[in-house]
Write a protein that binds this ligand. Structure first.
Ligand code: SF4
Length: 343
């Protein structure tokens, strides 16, 4: 099974018994504190029920096959990613959407498993698409430990990898041992480096302050108090991973699809983003994870980054967006950029 997973291109695989996550209580406390922000679906009772008992997802489930796929590509020069005229996109979204890469391979792995036995085998495949605590189960399958930044970290390979899983009613003759609970020690780099102070305590991320949540998941206007802290991130954020010392062991991916087709996919010029219409957005981001937030949300984020740049050259385009963009959230963000940044 493991050889097959590696031959399909996955970099890590572990197999765990399908038991409830040991982090379930902490997760429910996190939900009850409202730290999932506007991702209300996470708190729905049907979702809670699935996380409590994996049988609700797949009756008779016995095993979880957890896989990881590295996505770390070239490190872009700081001159590019910190250029005031550019926005930053989180590294996981520089190339092709990982769902499209991983899901068919997981299905192929499940099919291979089915061929190895004459029994009927049921399965479900997820790539961060299911109501299960993916990182926690991956830790139980021995793929790594949980960092204070809430990421799953492989002590031999850092945290720049995607997770996916197969739930199956197949039983294995061996299961992997869980990874260590944590190996952070006294380090607090990620907690200190977070631009918006999104970690109220170690191992707890308040999505309401997280730049990744704000730029990707949050649909409305972003809290004005947080905007100046967002810098030039326009899609996601890598800060809590970039400062983590375990990422000195990050392994460069062998997936050419995860490399940006050009530097503009990783650090686009803000002017280009501010002038996007729906058609240009589709052409530019087709097939990447950025595509899912659509034009309006990306232009909202670009307005905030333009305001944070304090560059007067954006005044004309921001005035135009503030006056006549079809989207109210974009108009408001453009107005904020003009006034808060005194452009
Ligand atoms: Fe743990 Fe330090 Fe990495 Fe944060 S930066 S996840 S505290 S090792």
């Amino acid at each position: 099974m493991k050889d097959r997973a590696l031959s399909l291109g996955f970099n890590r695989i572990g197999i765990a018994r399908a038991k409830p996550s040991p982090h379930l209580d902490a997760y429910f406390r996190w939900l009850d504190a409202g730290m999932h922000a506007e991702m209300g679906y996470m708190a729905r009772e049907d979702r809670r029920a699935r996380r409590r008992d994996l049988n609700v997802i797949l009756p008779g489930v016995r095993s979880l096959i957890m896989v990881g796929l590295d996505y770390s590509t070239l490190k872009l020069p700081d001159a590019l990613t910190n250029a005031p005229r550019r926005g930053k996109i989180a590294a996981y979204a520089w190339g092709v959407d990982y769902h499209a890469v991983m899901t068919p391979r997981l299905e192929a792995l499940a099919e291979w498993l089915r061929e190895q036995t004459d029994q009927q085998i049921a399965h479900r495949v997820y790539v961060d698409t299911g109501a299960i605590l993916e990182r926690s189960h991956a830790q139980q399958a021995g793929l790594g430990f949980t960092g204070k930044n809430t990421m799953l970290i492989d002590p031999r390979g850092g945290s720049y990898f995607f997770l996916g899983e197969i739930l199956t009613d197949a039983e294995f003759d061996q299961y992997d041992k869980p990874g260590r609970a944590t190996l952070c020690g006294s380090c607090q780099r990620c907690l200190m480096a977070c631009p918006t102070n999104a970690f109220p305590e170690p191992y707890v991320l308040d999505a309401r302050r997280c730049i990744s949540y704000l730029t990707i998941e949050h649909k409305g206007a972003i809290d004005p108090a947080l905007r100046p802290l967002m810098g030039n991130w326009v899609y996601g954020c890598d800060v809590c991973q970039a400062v983590c010392p375990w990422n000195r062991f990050a392994i460069e991916t062998h997936e050419s699809q995860f490399y940006p087709i050009d530097p503009e996919r990783a650090a686009p010029l803000l002017n280009d983003l501010l002038t996007l219409d729906d058609e240009a957005f589709k052409v530019r981001f087709a097939g990447s994870a950025v595509e899912r937030i659509k034009r309006d949300r990306l232009v909202r984020n670009a307005c905030i980054a333009a305001g944070n740049s304090h560059l007067p050259e954006y005044r004309p385009i921001l005035e135009s967006l503030a006056a006549s963009d079809r989207n109210e959230i974009v108009r408001e963000a453009a107005q904020w950029a003009l006034s808060a940044a005194r452009l």
